[in-house]
Design a protein. Structure first.
Length: 582
């Protein structure tokens, strides 16, 4: 009985503590929300798109001739956007969802899947179970596509590996002549394969190879007997899944065993290293220029701080409702006057305007952290935690804000409460971040009398082996982007956070409530490490606010950090966020 009473007492104290710092149990939002937006394909409106609820396919609507749609849905439901020949889009409805501008993309795999089911049987014939199984097995997942092995579509050629001439002394020679336009040049085992002719505007580009999922520009040195399936993609539509890297065509190879690890020589394995070389085409963030709204032009001839503040006060009444007004003013004042008191005044006004808008409150908190106003950031993260007590990000952000002021005791209590509430440290983006920060907190403070808990982790070396830790956070779960990391060998590594690349990931982020990613750089070299981004949009009319925290000597006694906040407005342009020096 004593153990039960102590447990009850402990839970009551925890509930009182978290109520005081901002975590309260908010009622579940069961009210219908009106969701509106436009649907596009290649910047043109897409009409007659079916929009339904995953929970009730009979409830739905369609987009009109301008691509506009309007539908009512509850928080937690999933909107499904369907249009024949296009990839299905699924959007999880959140407490802040109101505007969704959707871009749909053609599904290059659909025709292959349809061809199986459209063949007519002759009257009076039957199909055996074995035949039906064979029919189902004609569609295989090869590379990034579903390929119908019984019928090749336009620009897609399938070859079974047992059809190849095993006496051919190289793979490139074995496939010569198997597809229109396929040309092999070079000496044996040094061949280069081409599928497309050059034109006036572009130099000729060799094919991209996909071997058991490994991407390379180098012709693989494989024995013909190892080949199980070959798919030759020559049309632009067929190579769409491989992006710009597949502009010269793509050849997909599936081997009988994993050729990358199957007793190959060192020189052979080198074919499957990261051969994506950075082309150097990224514009530094500070050099991105966008047009200034008219209300900023008046500051061109104002050098006095008091005059600027008075002008801002007059503008506030007529402009505060405009998209990104406060941050446009903030950036103008930061660049022109560099006065912290003035900047804090703008952020304080934005706080009042934001009220309970979590997206805006997060972006303001990011700016406070950039200005090293950590106590102000804690106050906002408490408010966000009260508005979103069931979001994993709420716990991490508040705990991290306490760590920034060395309040380890309260940070540790939040981590504990996160686990006591039933959440687990999953193998996802937010789980990795929480684990890293819990490990660091525990190691640094385990001798403290307040740290009596036994903390178990399988990765205590995680924080000791990295020169740099990068944490990216963004204010809206609708944000889509591609992060690119370029190492000292000038090799490019990309991570895409988008519906098109991984619809399930975006839904998981929304359901569990997290908008952050962590990356570790184990060892820096004398050559700078580059961090780039391609912004893809956020389905709304506001820019996305991205916070990047760079930790140097992560977890060590000499750790330092740098917080930078970026406003992402320009889409589909590669932007250099940071150059990390040795």
């Amino acid at each position: 009985m004593k153990m039960i009473n102590n447990s009850i007492k402990k839970n009551i104290l925890l509930i009182l503590f978290f109520t005081s710092i901002g975590f309260s149990q908010s009622p579940i939002d069961n009210e219908l929300r009106n969701i509106t937006g436009f649907i596009f394909h290649q910047n043109k409106p897409l009409s007659n798109v079916n929009i339904t609820l995953s929970s009730n396919q009979k409830t739905g609507t369609t987009s009109n001739n301008k691509g506009f749609f309007s539908i009512k849905a509850k928080v937690g439901e999933i909107l499904v956007f369907n249009y024949l020949g296009f990839k299905t889009v699924k959007i999880y409805i959140e407490d802040v969802t109101s505007v969704l501008n959707i871009t749909m993309k053609i599904d290059n795999n659909m025709l292959d899947g349809i061809s199986i089911n459209t063949k007519k049987r002759k009257k009076g014939t039957t199909t055996s179970i074995k035949q039906r199984e064979e029919n189902l097995n004609t569609v295989l997942k090869l590379g990034r596509l579903n390929i119908n092995t019984r019928s090749s579509g336009f620009g897609i050629k399938y070859i079974n590996g047992n059809k190849l001439n095993e006496s051919s002394f190289s793979l490139a020679r074995a496939i010569r002549g198997l597809a229109p336009g396929l040309e092999v040049k070079g000496k044996p085992f040094q061949e280069v394969v081409y599928l497309r002719q050059s034109n006036f505007f572009r130099a000729r580009k060799s094919v991209l190879w996909d071997v058991d999922g490994a991407i390379t520009n180098t012709t693989p040195n494989l024995a013909v007997s190892q080949i199980k399936h070959i798919v030759i993609l020559s049309s632009l539509g067929a190579t769409n899944a491989y992006g710009a890297d597949g502009a010269g065509g793509v050849i997909i190879i599936s081997t009988n065993s994993d050729a990358r690890i199957n007793n190959t020589t060192k020189s052979n394995r080198s074919n499957y290293e990261n051969n994506k070389i950075y082309n150097g085409k990224a514009i530094p963030y500070k050099d991105i220029k966008t047009g200034k709204p008219n209300y900023l032009k008046v500051y061109n001839n104002i050098s006095n701080l008091d005059t600027a503040l008075a002008k801002y006060a007059n503008q506030y009444l007529n402009n505060s409702y405009k998209s990104n007004f406060h941050f446009n003013i903030f950036n103008e004042f930061k660049e022109k006057y560099s006065n912290k008191k003035l900047l804090l005044k703008v952020l304080a006004d934005f706080e009042k305007e934001a009220a309970s808008n979590v997206i805006d409150l997060k972006s303001i908190a990011y700016k406070y952290q950039e200005l090293k106003e950590f106590e102000k950031a804690i106050r906002l993260y408490r408010k966000i935690a009260n508005l979103r007590p069931n979001h994993a990000q709420s716990y991490r952000d508040l705990a991290n804000a306490y760590l920034e002021v060395n309040d380890y005791k309260n940070a540790w209590k939040i981590y504990k409460f996160y686990l006591e509430k039933g959440y687990t440290i999953e193998e996802n983006d937010i789980g990795e971040i929480i684990e890293s920060e819990m490990i660091k907190t525990y190691i640094n403070r385990k001798k403290d009398s307040t740290f009596k808990e036994i903390f178990k982790s399988n990765d205590f070396t995680k924080i000791m082996k990295s020169d740099v830790r990068l944490v990216f956070e963004w204010n809206t779960s609708e944000a889509e982007f591609i992060l690119e990391f370029v190492n000292y060998k000038n090799q490019s590594y990309k991570v895409e956070n988008s519906l098109d690349a991984n619809n399930d990931l975006i839904i998981d982020q929304k359901q569990k409530g997290y908008t952050s990613k962590e990356f570790m750089i184990e060892k820096l070299d004398k050559t700078p490490y580059l961090v780039n981004i391609i912004y893809l949009g956020n389905k709304q009319y506001k820019p996305t606010i991205l916070k990047m925290t760079t930790y140097y000597n992560w977890g060590k006694n000499n750790q330092s950090k740098e917080i930078e906040v970026f406003e992402l407005k320009v889409k589909n342009m590669k932007i250099q966020l940071k150059k990390i020096d040795f």
